[in-house]
Write a protein that binds this ligand. Structure first.
Ligand SMILES: Cc1ncc(COP(=O)(O)O)c(C=O)c1O
Length: 347
């Protein structure tokens, strides 16, 4: 086994930067449930401004932001339309159903994470005593289970037009919206403009230890604040968390390009091997998805672990590799060599 382990499991494993640790230590604090934490107030104002929304709310996690958004947009018994590969559908413990009484109805995502406007249009419920009300349409950008796929502004706009045309709001799970914005070379606000609410994460590529922001209109965030309290997310001296978030929004967005360059290098280095296929979106942002051929993907994952490369099993024959703060170009070059060696042993 080689010396340094290259950990490509997730961008959630990132550790705070020295500047974040210092900001956390020096943060000015107050009780945020009483809206008296100046550091939280500052972060929320910055987040709203970056996303082009009136207001924002700090929550404990992406899962909490999405749940609070769904609770705020919908009433019990409503149906929420979202992609069959959506994070909200797969990995958020059915909180919308368990806690919100909401039905999640899936529409096919294509391999680039998109929803087709026609599918959304056909899924929207007509007024009929037998049907639930369609309460919300959700998009995800970048798209996690679709290999970090980046939805273009036009992709988002097309779906939003259909939803808004029927008076239905749109929520964007933008946990990695800044990855999408950097990949597209446009402000995140352009993408956010097609959604009524946007959740983004601080604790993924932006490298904060904790936190997510839900952004929307002033009136929406006012109501969301109450739902955040309901689900136990009213935090007191949360400036401890927000201080790192301010550093992230100030200085960690542009560097996401390095992660994207590294993911592209990884995708190029692993292309064309007989035993590994790459999902089409690989290298669009900070992810690469490998389809393993010949042996079970979990077994190949184990061989990679032995060789000093950690990756995530995504079900079926899929393995996910994520580039992030703390992973350098040299680590990627090393990972490519190790993965190629293990892959060639399969043929
Ligand atoms: C697209 C997406 N949405 C939401 C989340 C949830 O974030 P958290 O882990 O902070 O709850 C994640 C986490 O990986 C994600 O990838």
């Amino acid at each position: 086994m080689t010396s340094r382990v290259v950990d490509l499991r997730s961008d959630t494993i990132t550790l705070p930067t020295p500047a974040m640790r210092q900001a956390i230590a020096e943060a000015e604090l107050g009780d945020d449930v009483w809206r008296e934490d100046p550091t939280v107030n500052r972060l929320e104002a910055m987040a709203a401004e970056k996303l082009g929304k009136e207001a924002a709310l700090l929550t404990a996690s992406g899962t909490m932001s999405n749940l609070v958004a769904l609770l705020t947009h919908c009433q019990r018994g409503d149906e929420v339309l979202l992609g069959h590969e959506a994070h909200i559908f797969h990995y958020e413990v059915a909180g919308a159903a368990a806690l919100g009484g909401l039905e999640l109805r899936t529409i096919p995502n294509d391999s680039r994470g998109r929803l087709h406007p026609k599918d959304v249009e056909e899924a929207i419920r007509l007024p009929n005593i037998h049907y639930p009300r369609t309460g919300l349409v959700c998009l995800e950008n970048t798209h996690n289970r679709c290999g970090g796929a980046v939805l273009s502004e036009a992709d988002m706009e097309a779906v939003a037009q259909v939803a808004h045309g029927s008076g239905i709001p749109v929520h964007l799970d933008g946990a990695r919206i800044f990855n999408a914005a950097v990949a597209l070379g446009m402000p995140a606000a352009n993408l956010a403009s097609h959604a009524d609410s946007v959740a983004f994460s601080l604790c993924k590529g932006l490298a904060c230890p904790v936190g997510s922001l839900l952004c929307g209109s002033g009136e929406f965030i006012e109501r969301a604040r109450k739902y955040r309290k309901m689900v136990g997310g009213g935090m007191r001296q949360a400036g401890i968390i927000a201080a790192a978030g301010i550093v992230a929004l100030d200085s960690m967005i542009d560097r996401l390009q390095e992660d994207h360059d590294n993911a592209r290098l990884l995708a190029q280095g692993l292309a064309g091997l007989p035993s590994l296929r790459l999902d089409p979106a690989s290298g669009q942002s900070n992810m690469v998805i490998l389809q393993v051929e010949g042996i079970p993907a979990v077994e190949f994952q184990g061989r990679l672990r032995e060789a000093g490369v950690l990756v995530t099993y995504m079900g079926g024959q899929r393995l996910r590799l994520v580039t992030h703060y703390g992973i350098e170009r040299a680590d990627i070059e090393e990972a490519i060599q190790r993965i190629r060696a293990e892959a060639s042993a399969l043929t």
